[in-house]
Design a protein around this ligand. Structure first.
Ligand code: ADP
Ligand code: MG
Length: 171
């Protein structure tokens, strides 16, 4: 199938910029979306998701799912699952844990370390790749489906509109 392959790059010079991007992504989420978060340890994947979940209105703590593998949030009828597969020794652990049931039309799935569940985790609508860039980060976003492209379009316009420290960088 032809992929739309819509991409954008955001310059995130500090932690606050990563948090703003997470906040800007929150209103662009729709049930059924699968978003992969890629990048090294410390790249900012959890920081981004934490800001996103807080922006959705979750008042309690947002724990990293590094040990639990998944944290579940139900925020005004939106089912949101935050996964971290860093500790997987093989992708089949995804199926053994029954995680495939979490990926459905009613839920939003945010996945850290999706490569550790490669071949078992469903393919994403949107991939967010964080790279270290000096003291800051660069986020490369790739939309793989029309739903992902719509989400990325909303994110891009939200970030372009009046946010000077986290603007789309030239390619
Ligand atoms: P990951 O989940 O990718 O392993 P974390 O979000 O747990 O990473 O940690 C990221 C670390 O990098 C945190 O210490 C955070 O303060 C910092 N950080 C996040 N975004 C940026 C940024 N844009 N520039 C500099 N530091 C950042
Ligand atoms: Mg993390």
């Amino acid at each position: 199938m032809h992929s739309p392959d819509v991409t954008a790059v955001f310059n995130l010079p500090d932690e606050a910029a990563t948090q703003r991007l997470g906040q800007a992504l929150a209103p662009a989420l729709r049930p059924g979306l699968v978003i992969f978060l890629e990048g090294d340890l410390g790249a900012g994947k959890t920081t981004l998701v934490r800001a996103l979940i807080r922006a959705l209105g979750h008042a309690g703590p947002v724990k990293s799912p590094t040990y639990s593998l998944v944290e579940v949030y139900v925020i005004s009828s939106l089912y949101l699952y935050h996964f971290d597969f860093y500790r997987f020794e093989s992708p089949e652990e995804f199926l053994d844990a029954g995680f495939d049931e979490y990926f459905n039309d009613a839920s939003v799935c945010l996945v850290e370390w999706p490569e550790r569940a490669q071949g078992c985790v469903p393919s994403p609508d949107l991939r967010l790749r964080l790279h270290h860039a000096g003291f800051g980060r660069l986020l490369e976003a790739v939309a793989d489906t029309p739903e992902g492209a719509q989400c990325l379009g909303m994110l891009t316009s939200a970030m372009g509109g009046g946010n000077s420290s986290a603007v789309p960088a030239p390619r």
